[in-house]
Each structure stands twice: as structure tokens, then as C-alpha cells.
Ligand binder design. Structure first.
Ligand code: G4P
Length: 530
């Protein structure tokens, strides 16, 4: 972070982030309130309503509706004061960790939402670990303070111990559960009172002058005030002070307390993200890293979504701009194929609706409709052969054989499966021997999602059957060694959707054996997407 030139103002005002949380902690509600304060929606409730409408419109995923889970990630942009926020939505269900992982490669910060009564839950911990791999700055929102919640020190301790990160209170709750009246804003010496009567009302803010200010006693009942004074004194003595540099390097998280449902504490969190959240960051790439202030445009695909509109077989590639100032109509080089693409109809995901993006800056997410040329991990530049790195593809943990209900439709099935593979929704392996395709996913629910999408989007009923294999590993090594290995293990060999060689097995023992018998071969559980 040191000695970096100041970014052009249009880039410096961007904050690109994701929300990580355990299901039910309040991510959807918080997103809704972000959009409300961002002026993107007029009334809270529209995020959900809009989700419903879109699903019916495109018939997209009956499953998503049935199960009430969000299967597809999307991006939303909105302004907050002089800032432009880009919120990249992470799928909430634990079955979609790979998609989530890739989403987190496209953001500069994460907001971690925890439920004040439940503390750090399993999914939060997993997502947090992913953020930590990239040292992402994390801002914490402790939600549902309007209900019975844990003791404030307990919550802070739990985060510190469970996640091994310093926690600094940005606000301090006054009262618990039904007695919760609001928070003291530690950073700005203000009292924020919650309005229980109107859930969408921005809380009153009362500027005070230190903890001895008599105004406190006018607004806070005496018993709560005494307890609050004790607590805040203890907090000041025991907990670290906010250090912006430690927030930026991911070693400290500021925590705000609030109630998303009551629109309380949300604005302070957004102010925090604006003030302490990072500007667009340098992107790792080969042969050199990309800095946001560079004049030429560079961007990378972190998500592909097919069939957003089933009437047109279009796909939208979600591109994070890593540098420069993009303008509609620009010709960019697709580095993998070395071909030029004129980007004539890019989409900006303004919260209210999709809109044509006339321009975008480093930090923004744009959608590029295409017919399959753009894949996850692809880099777009103004000519330089740069490849953004760090977008992994994981070995699937579950494998099943997929067959078309009508055997005459095998070719159609292959096409459909390849499309989902490119979208990153599954791995598809074509075994050297035998018929059918082996489909690999990270979570079991994805088989059902795929079956229902293939039927909905391609009119093809399919069956998933258990496969004789349970693990897949990519095979690496020099050509002679790989050829010899493939020849001797034909029953176990398949190619993935990119044509790369894969070793399929059901035993860890087999994987160990390869390690012993073929020292020139490496079997890997991840492959970098390119
Ligand atoms: P998620 O996206 O993280 O899964 O959570 P979501 O926002 O859907 O919230 C989960 C539940 O928690 C919802 O209740 C929501 O209303 C509630 N909730 C969110 N924020 C608060 C808060 O600050 N205080 C309280 N008391 N509850 C909150 P639900 O009954 O599942 O749905 P709904 O019928 O209220 O929509």
C-alpha cells in the first residue's frame, strides 16, 4: 500500500466488495438497505420482489425458488455520496463454494455479517478463510441487535479467537434486546438512536461531546447509561484502536452493531466502507501485475452466466476491470485466443436494472454478452499479452455419470454440459472408455440444479447415476511421461472440458500409487483457469 501514486478520482471513489455471511444472518436484508441508502431503490423489499420477478420472467431455476437459495451471483452498482459502490453478490449456500471463491477474486474488500445471537457460524468461517488467503480487508456488521443478542465483549472475543483477527469496535450498542436503543458511534462521537416505529427510517444522529456530555443522559435511560459507561471504559482499555493500515492489510476488522431490518447502523457501515475500505487494488497477473491507474484497460472474467434469457442462447461474462477507463465500443484483445473483440453492448448492473455501460473504470464490474468465447479466468487487454492469475479451478469432490433420457440426444447433452462447464457450474469429463459423461461438482445440490437447468434450458430430461469414480486429478508432467502414464492407465483417463488430461479414481490409494510409480507425473487438485 505504500508509495502508490494517488489514483485518478474516478477510480479512487470506487469500492468493490462482497458480503460474506452464514445463511440467515441478514445478507439479503443488508443488501436491500445498502441499495436503499444508495438511492438505487425507492423502498426496501424490492430486492426480493425483483428477484422473484426475474425468476418468473426467465423461468430461471425453479429450484432456486423452491428452496429459497440464491444460485447465481450477480453484481450491483450504486452511488453513496461521492462514492461508487460495486457490490458483488456471493451465492449463500455452502454447496457453491467454488463460485463464491471466484467471486471473492473480483473484490477488494468484504463485509462480514454475523448474527448477534449466533456469533461466528460455519459458513462465515469458511468464507473468512478464503478472504484471508488474499488478505482482503474485512468490515464486520453484527446484525439483529434489536433482538436478544450476546454480550458485546463475548461477540468481539469470539471473532478475535475464532478468526484470529484483531477486532476494533467502530460503534458500541446501548441496551440489549427489547431494551436496545441504539449505538454510540465511537469513531465520530455521536449517538445513533434506532427508530423502532419506522423500519426504513434513517436513525437520528445526535452529535455529542465526549462521554461526559449531559446530552447522553437526556437520551439514554440512567440504568443503561451506567452500564454503557462501564463497558466503553473497559473497551477503550482492552480493545485495540482503529488503525486504518491494519484494516487495509486485513489484520484488523472494525465492527459495527446494528439491525439491518430496522435500517439501523447500515449507513455508518457504508460510511466506514467509504472511509476505510480500499480503493481498487493491484491485480496479480503474468508476466507483470496490473495497477488500476494504468491508462490501458485490462479486465478479467470471474463468472459466466449462461441463459439469463432462455430465448437467446446468450451468456454474460462478468468482467472485473483491473485498470483503465473503459468506453463502450472499445476493441479489446482476448488474450487466450489473441483475437480482438469489439465490446459494443456491455452491461452495467445498476441496481434497478441492467443498463448499457457507456463507460466504466478500474474497479467496476461489467457484463459482456457473448456466444461462448469468454470463459472464466480469461483476460481482456488493449493488446498486451497479460494473464490475470489466481482464479483457481478446484477438483470436484463429487462425481456422477450423466445420461440423456433419450439416447438419441447424446450430442445435445454434450453441448449443454459443455456450456455449464464453461460457466463454471460443473466439471465435465469425457472418459477414454465407455459412454456418457462424468460430471463433477463441489456440492451435491449442484446435480439437481444442473438436471433442472438442462431440462428447462435445453428441453432435455437427464439422469445422474453414481459413477465408479469418486476423485478427479489433473495430470501434469512432460509429454513423454504423460503419454506413458495415459497408455498404462487408460481405464482411468478422461479429458476435461478444456481438453486437459484427468486421472479418475475411487481410491486415495491409487493417487498415492501414482506418486510412487510415476515420479515424473504430478496429480493436482486445482488447475488455474486460463
Ligand atoms: P440471508 O440473506 O443472510 O439468508 O438473511 P436474510 O436477509 O434473508 O434474513 C434472514 C432473516 O432474518 C429474515 O427473516 C430477516 O427478516 C431477518 N432479519 C434480518 N435482519 C434482521 C434484523 O436486524 N433484526 C431481526 N430481528 N431480524 C432480521 P425471515 O423470517 O426468514 O424472513 P422475512 O419473512 O422477515 O422476510
Amino acid at each position: 500500500m505504500t508509495n502508490r501514486p494517488a489514483l485518478p478520482p474516478e477510480i479512487a471513489r470506487r469500492r468493490t466488495f462482497a458480503i460474506i455471511s452464514h445463511p440467515d444472518a441478514g445478507k439479503t436484508t443488508l443488501t436491500e438497505k445498502f441499495l436503499l441508502y444508495g438511492g438505487a431503490i425507492q423502498m426496501a423489499g424490492q430486492v426480493r420482489a425483483k428477484g422473484e420477478a426475474r425468476r418468473t420472467r426467465s423461468d430461471f431455476m425453479q429450484m432456486e425458488k423452491d428452496r429459497g437459495i440464491s444460485v447465481s451471483a450477480s453484481a450491483m452498482s450504486f452511488d453513496f455520496g461521492k462514492y461508487r459502490f460495486n457490490l458483488v453478490d456471493t451465492p449463500g449456500h455452502s454447496d457453491f463454494s467454488e463460485d463464491t471463491y471466484r467471486t471473492l477474486t473480483a473484490v477488494d474488500a468484504a463485509v462480514m455479517v454475523i448474527d448477534g445471537a449466533k456469533g461466528v457460524e460455519s459458513q462465515t468461517r469458511k468464507l473468512f478463510e478464503v478472504c484471508r488467503l488474499r488478505d482482503l480487508p474485512i468490515l464486520t456488521f453484527c446484525n439483529k441487535m434489536d433482538r436478544e443478542s450476546r454480550d458485546t465483549f463475548d461477540i468481539i472475543d469470539e471473532i478475535q479467537e475464532n478468526l484470529a483477527i484483531d477486532v476494533t469496535p467502530a460503534s458500541w450498542p446501548i441496551g440489549v434486546g427489547r431494551d436496545f436503543i441504539g449505538c454510540y458511534d465511537i469513531l465520530r462521537d455521536r449517538l445513533e438512536l434506532m427508530d423502532r416505529a419506522d423500519r426504513n427510517k434513517v436513525a437520528d444522529s445526535i452529535q455529542i461531546n465526549g462521554l461526559d456530555d449531559p446530552k447522553l443522559a437526556q437520551h439514554v435511560p440512567a440504568d443503561l447509561l451506567a452500564k454503557f459507561r462501564d463497558e466503553i471504559e473497559m473497551a477503550k482499555a482492552l480493545l485495540p484502536k482503529l488503525d486504518p493500515a491494519s484494516v487495509l492489510n486485513g489484520s484488523m476488522t472494525p465492527i459495527w452493531f446494528g439491525s439491518a431490518m430496522n435500517s439501523f447502523g447500515v449507513k455508518e457501515l457504508m460510511d466506514g466502507l467509504a472511509t476505510y475500505g480500499p480503493e481498487p487494488q493491484i491485480q496479480s497477473a503474468q508476466p507483470r501485475n496490473v495497477a488500476p491507474e494504468e491508462i490501458p484497460v485490462t479486465g478479467f472474467v470471474f463468472k459466466v452466466q449462461a441463459n439469463m434469457d432462455p430465448k437467446h442462447r446468450d451468456r454474460v461474462a462478468f468482467v472485473r476491470l483491473a485498470s483503465g477507463h473503459f468506453e463502450r465500443g472499445m476493441k479489446l484483445t482476448h488474450v487466450r485466443s489473441k483475437k480482438q473483440m469489439a465490446i459494443t453492448n456491455p452491461v452495467l448492473f445498476l441496481a434497478a436494472d441492467r443498463e448499457l455501460a457507456e463507460e466504466a473504470w478500474a474497479g467496476d464490474i461489467i457484463g459482456i454478452p457473448n456466444h461462448g468465447q469468454l470463459r472464466i479466468g480469461d483476460t481482456l487487454t488493449e493488446g498486451e499479452a497479460i494473464r490475470v492469475t489466481g482464479i483457481p479451478s478446484f477438483a470436484p469432490e463429487l462425481l456422477q455419470t450423466c445420461r440423456a433420457g433419450d439416447p438419441m440426444k447424446a450430442k445435445h447433452l454434450e453441448k449443454a454440459l459443455m456450456q455449464f462447464a464453461e460457466e463454471g457450474a460443473a466439471k465435465v469429463f469425457k472418459p477414454t472408455f465407455g459412454s456418457g459423461f462424468i460430471v463433477g461438482v463441489v456440492g451435491a445440490l449442484q446435480f439437481e440444479v444442473l438436471a433442472s437447468r438442462i431440462e428447462l434450458e435445453y428441453g432435455l430430461p437427464v439422469r445422474f447415476e453414481s459413477s465408479q469414480f469418486t476423485s478427479a486429478r489433473w495430470v501434469a508432467g512432460d509429454k513423454i511421461a504423460v503419454d506413458a502414464f495415459v497408455a498404462a492407465n487408460k481405464q482411468h483417463i478422461a479429458t476435461d472440458n478444456d481438453g486437459d488430461t484427468v486421472f479418475l479414481t475411487r481410491l486415495q490409494w491409487d493417487i498415492d500409487r501414482v506418486g510412487r510409480d510415476y515420479p515424473a507425473i504430478t496429480l493436482t487438485a486445482t488447475k488455474e483457469m486460463m
